[in-house]
Design a binder for this molecule. Structure first.
Ligand SMILES: N[C@@H](CCC(=O)N[C@@H](CS)C(=O)NCC(=O)O)C(=O)O
Length: 358
């Protein structure tokens, strides 16, 4: 028949139960995670999931055009049925209908999408192409939910930077494996071309640089948030991470801790006393500043724990183990109060290095 109503029908098995698939289809935070995987970015998603409720999706095409589609839910029966109208803002009179069914199939779901009411076969074919790619993206996302990617932190437990990455995992209850590495080996260079610790692998994704890893981990799981929402507090956090990485690490870790605790064990040499003498006054200044700031607030960036505390504390951990370190902490009650509070957290106990000066 020349004018037969054109339609789209797509079936797919998803490796999650119907309730999980239904949520992935209707919750804006989840739609965002799969809709955009094929070049399109979901910019606005509104979903009032009840019969009569409105929904709207504004998506940016790979070419940069904003396409808006909207409609109303006409049947909402979680977790099995969802029917809604569908009309592009560019052609509001052409109202079509989408019916999605989620049927249990083993431990997964057989999803059937039927989109009907197109004015012609061309329009149906276009939607068929679009839906196929979005449903592929949903299937990928469902695969990730069903088999969460494993997370590995590569590095030695004694490294202050490795401990920072692990502390973020522990604070956020992110499951991870610590894999010791020979950071000088050619094989490790494939993960970290600069040969430092840590590196991270999450599924197929790899990353290095602790600041980047900490951000990635903080975004991976929503709570507890270790990055302040407030822009000034966030700036304070960044400031303290920068101080820790660029000043304290350079002097306290790379001179004092390295010379006093690591030189003999790792390099089989005596401590460089001249380097230590030269570093002490700078370290003194750094810890005087830290003391003065921590006297004003419970944590480095404000009233609550942030990533900044997790960068500095692994360095402070080593200070009581040698004379110059103990001198840096002497008569610094604010640092002592801050550090003792952190040291009592389960995350600190779980990541405490076995390393002791030999
Ligand atoms: N900028 C790097 C620094 C990492 C770093 O220097 N880690 C130390 C261990 S605490 C390391 O790999 N040292 C070996 C070396 O310097 O060769 C990061 O933030 O991840």
């Amino acid at each position: 028949m020349a004018n037969a109503p054109a339609s789209v029908r797509i079936e797919r098995r998803l490796p999650v139960p119907p309730a999980r698939a239904f949520d992935a289809w209707t919750r804006p935070a989840e739609i965002r995670r799969w809709w955009g995987r094929r070049g399109y970015t979901a910019e606005i998603i509104e979903c009032d999931v009840r019969e009569g409720g409105a929904w709207r999706l504004a998506m940016r095409s790979p070419e940069g055009n904003l396409n808006v589609v909207r409609g109303r839910f006409t049947r909402v029966e979680p977790p099995h049925h969802l029917v809604y109208t569908w009309a592009w803002d560019s052609a509001p009179d052409q109202v079509t209908e989408v019916a999605v069914e989620f049927r249990a199939e083993g431990d997964g779901t057989r999803m059937t999408l039927v989109h009907t009411g197109f004015k012609d076969g061309g329009s149906a074919a276009e939607h068929d192409k679009g839906w196929s790619s979005h449903v592929d993206a949903l299937a990928d996302y469902a695969e990730e939910i069903a088999r969460p990617a494993t997370l590995t932190i590569y590095g030695g437990a004694a490294s202050t930077f490795v401990r920072t990455a692990r502390l973020v995992c522990e604070e956020k209850a992110i499951a991870y494996t610590l894999e010791p590495v020979d950071f000088r080996s050619a094989a490790y260079r494939a993960l970290h071309p600069f040969g430092r610790m840590p590196a991270m692998r999450h599924g197929a994704y790899t990353l290095y640089e602790t600041r980047a890893i900490a951000s990635y981990l903080d975004d991976l799981v929503p709570a507890p948030r270790l990055t302040p929402e407030d822009s000034r507090q966030r700036a304070e956090m960044e400031k303290w991470i920068s101080i820790s990485n660029n000043y304290v690490d350079l002097v306290t870790t790379r001179v004092l801790i390295l010379e006093r605790l690591v030189a003999r064990v790792l390099f089989n040499r005596d401590a460089d006393e001249a380097a230590i003498r030269a570093a002490v006054p700078t370290a003194e200044t750094q810890f005087a500043v830290i003391e003065a700031e921590l006297a004003k607030r419970p944590y480095l960036a404000g009233a609550s724990l942030t990533l900044a505390d997790l960068f500095l504390a692994p360095i402070v951990f080593y200070l009581p183990m040698f004379a110059e370190g103990r001198a840096l902490l002497a008569d610094r009650p604010a640092i002592a109060r801050w550090y003792d509070g952190l040291a009592r957290r389960p995350s600190f106990a779980a990541t405490e290095p076995e390393f002791r000066p030999g």
